[in-house]
Design a protein around this ligand. Structure first.
Ligand code: MEV
Length: 289
């Protein structure tokens, strides 16, 4: 049996979303595919605790399964691959064993696995992995999201280099720095919230210039809370230099990916990023809305 799930790209609001603010995120649809087959014992290449937790949540007692992952997403680059793997595994077992899981239950199971991975996740990754819809997301004591409808998908390029960002470390680092300057950090998170809400309107209006400007401001805020690196700054600068109207870290930072909004110049930005040694994913037209 197989199960599919989406990755995600956060356009605005990462980190603030851990503190109850809004984030604007888009799915990268159908990029993670899990196949499970009968085997004499449990076999997979994933962390043992992660699979144990999932099987436990799913109520699967018979562990004679081989779990194989086919993913177009790079791992540890801020694109939601661990949540997507959890969702795809839950769906594969649902298909194999007719567990009758609805999307809410799949999302709750993946959220539990995200908690295991990094303590205090907002739930944005698992929600995007499950529902695969562009959304304005918030977790203020419960997952809330508003799906967004639009006809023209934003021309986005995602790029990443060698550095891997560990979400747990980045979220913990932000928490520690916030403890030292709570009032300043809360202002930055409030501003991220405003950017996300305004960005949702600009996205639906296909106003790329203004949306790009908000992405640039958001990148500055992410730098201010300490999750940028010299290599991320280099990628952002390169994308802007080649004509991207907005470029920023996406996901937890500390390594991982940037996202650039590139109306009319996707191929120039893509070519330059690749020439500089980065890997890219061109998203225009791939989104579902
Ligand atoms: C990770 O994709 C996004 C963060 O905001 C963490 C989270 O929301 O759980 C950095």
């Amino acid at each position: 049996a197989t199960g599919m799930a989406a990755g995600k790209v956060i356009l605005l609001g990462e980190h603030g979303v851990v503190y109850g603010r809004h984030a604007l995120a888009l799915p990268i649809p159908d990029v993670v595919n899990v196949t499970i087959t009968r085997a004499s014992e449990l076999s997979h290449d994933l962390p043992g605790e992660f699979v144990d937790l999932l099987l436990n949540e799913l109520g699967v007692e018979d562990k004679g399964w081989q779990i194989s992952i086919d993913s177009e997403l790079p791992f540890g680059k801020g694109l939601g691959s661990s949540a997507a793997i959890a969702v795809a595994i839950a769906r594969a077992f649902d298909n194999a064993l007719q567990l009758g899981l609805d999307d809410e239950r799949v999302n709750a199971i993946a959220f539990a696995s995200e908690k295991l991975a990094h303590g205090t996740p907002s739930g944005v990754d698992n929600t995007l992995a499950t529902f695969a819809k562009p959304m304005l997301f918030r977790n203020a004591g419960g997952l809330q999201f508003e799906s967004l409808d639009f006809d023209t998908p934003p021309p986005l390029i995602i790029a990443w280099g060698q550095e891997t960002g560990r979400t747990s470390e980045q979220v913990a680092g932000v928490r520690k720095r916030r403890e030292q300057s709570a009032a300043h950090f809360d202002c930055l998170f409030d501003e991220m919230d405003r950017l996300s809400r305004q960005g949702a309107e600009l996205l639906q209006a296909a106003n790329w210039e203004e949306l790009g400007a908000l992405m640039n401001i958001c990148h500055g805020l992410l730098n201010a809370i300490g999750v940028s690196t010299p290599d991320l700054e280099r990628m952002v600068a390169l994308a802007r230099h080649c004509g991207a109207v907005g470029a920023k870290i996406t996901g937890a930072g500390g390594g991982g990916s940037i996202v650039a909004l590139c109306p009319g110049n996707s191929s120039a930005v893509d070519t330059e990023l690749r020439r500089a040694g980065y890997q890219t994913l061109v998203l225009a037209g791939k989104q579902v809305s």
